[in-house]
Write a protein that binds this ligand. Structure first.
Ligand code: GDG
Length: 478
């Protein structure tokens, strides 16, 4: 059915993301309250959203009716309602059961179900209609991530006056993989409804341009993509972290004391290896455990003097593949501890919990080696956080060449996580590096992050979108 055009609202800047930037929490008196979520995206956009009194449209995190729009921390929040079936079909199904694995090199088998696709369409339409209702004439709308790939096209039909940007936080796959998708043309048309489509890595941008030409016959030139009578720009905008905030945490005496305490609690071993991931099959946790186990077995790492801390943040626990992964990981951890730990001394400290940012920073400070070895990752902010936390230039980063961050953090020990021998060499070399070698690698990476923080990412994307041709007079309020 054709989308009917709707009159606009008053916001000049609108962000759309699957989730609103607030979490349900409990206050000191045990009453339910809302807290700003800790994510980097919120941190990056918060000042700009506040300055331009922007609106954020997203799901509030629970099935059922949506709360009325409310203001939190100076940002106008517009909750989107999802039914239980929509949470199953749009969120856990099409987003996390189809698109997530397909876009991460199909390291797990993507599942295709027509009912998931229908719910994905319906929810994307709800987001587009909500944005169309509240956007001022000529407003700037920034749509985020794989959950909402149809929104730019739908919104363009409803409100041709808007300037629409889309940013994909995860990889964009090569043609051969993308073409498995039953909705492939529909998704490409959805994305091409934007004026600017942004990706984490140049390879993702190249894949998108190739697909626009191959699948839709778009005219692709150095200047942009010409499709359906419009120019669409596609470019790379690698996301980053709040470097100043990370550095503040790193220098906080309480955090430093906690880091020293963590080392003591771990028995003051010679080498602490740290890994911090959502418990997701893309993060390469099993390959890493395998490599670590062999290094202990061959005594290239001394079992009496080495500890691996694996923080595995709970995630998507309703989905079968995640439950199965958790069982395999926990079995591997037990096997390694059974073989190499002693009484009062673990070889792997595995924590299936989330931590606050201060505790994470203390872990980064305590770790001699940080192992970030995803099989595929859009960017990976953990790698960047580790580098920014090590203000004295010590520490060693082992980084998968399949993380987007590898394009920027060139001085890390880069490894192919599928190659267990190469992974072992990377971890062993990093563990043996002296301080001079550590600094030789860490200093340029830290300098790079200082020049490329998340604020630069956000203003870079929005500035580019802002400069694109304006099709409608700006509202008087702008
Ligand atoms: C997606 C893409 C891309 C970790 N443990 C806890 C916690 N964290 C924080 C980290 C970091 C963030 O979560 C994780 O970000 P990553 O980038 O590592 O990975 P994804 O969650 O998969 O993110 C990824 C990113 O989007 C941004 O575009 O880089 O490639 O997959 O900041 O510090 N936060 C809290 N508790 C924890 O226990 N609160």
């Amino acid at each position: 059915t054709a989308l009917t055009q709707v009159p606009g609202g008053t916001y000049d800047l609108i962000v759309l993301a699957n989730r609103l930037p607030v979490d349900h929490a409990v206050d000191e008196n045990g009453r339910p309250c809302r807290r700003r979520s800790p994510g980097g995206l919120v941190t990056a956009l918060h000042p700009i959203m506040k300055r331009r009194s922007g609106a954020w449209i997203g799901w509030h995190g629970r099935p059922g009716p949506a709360p009325a729009p409310f203001v939190h921390d100076g940002i106008h929040l517009h909750p989107i309602a999802l039914t239980g079936d929509e949470v199953d079909g749009y969120y856990e199904g099409q987003s996390n059961g189809t698109i997530w694995p397909l876009y991460h090199d199909a390291v797990e088998q993507p599942q295709f179900h027509r009912v998931w696709q229908d719910r994905y369409r319906a929810v994307n339409r709800r987001f587009a209609e909500a944005a169309a209702r509240v956007a001022a004439p000529g407003a700037l709308v920034w749509v985020h991530d794989y959950h909402l790939q149809l929104v730019p096209g739908m919104l363009r039909e409803l409100r041709p006056d808007l300037r629409i940007g889309f940013f994909l936080h995860i990889p964009f796959p090569p043609v051969e993989l993308f073409c498995q998708m039953p909705m492939r043309e529909e998704i490409m048309r959805g994305l091409l409804g934007a004026d600017l489509v942004g990706f984490q890595h140049p390879q993702a941008t190249r894949n998108f341009r190739t697909l626009a030409a191959d699948l839709l016959g778009a005219k692709v030139t150095d200047r942009g993509i010409w499709y359906d009578g419009r120019d669409v720009a596609a470019d790379t905008f690698p996301i980053s972290i709040d470097v100043a905030e990370q550095q503040r945490l790193a220098l906080d005496p309480a955090v430093r004391a906690r880091a020293a305490e963590i080392r003591r609690e771990l028995g003051d071993p010679r080498t602490i290896v740290l890994a911090v991931d959502r418990l997701d099959y893309t993060k390469g946790i099993e390959c890493r455990l395998r490599a670590y186990e062999e290094l202990l077995s061959e005594r290239r790492l001394d079992p009496a003097q080495t500890v691996l801390v694996q923080v595995a943040v709970p995630t998507r626990q309703q989905i079968d593949q995640y439950q199965a992964l958790r069982e395999r990981v926990e079995r591997a951890v037990s096997r390694i501890n059974g073989e190499y730990a002693g009484i009062g001394r673990l070889s792997v400290h595995y924590v299936h919990q989330s931590f606050d940012r201060a505790e994470l920073a203390a872990l980064y400070l305590a770790a001699d080696v940080m192992a970030v070895t995803p099989l595929r990752d859009g960017m990976n902010l953990v790698a960047k956080e580790y580098v920014a936390t090590r203000t004295d230039g010590t520490g060693a980063l082992v980084l998968s060449e399949f993380a987007g961050a590898a394009a920027e953090l060139e001085e890390a020990w880069q490894v192919n996580p599928h190659d267990i021998d190469g992974l072992k060499d990377g971890i062993a070399d990093a563990a043996e590096a002296d301080v001079a070698e550590q600094r030789r690698r860490m200093d340029p990476m830290r300098a790079h992050l200082h020049a490329h923080d998340v604020n630069r990412w956000a203003t870079g994307f929005m500035g580019r979108l802002d400069r694109l041709s304006r099709r409608w007079p700006r509202s008087a309020a702008a």
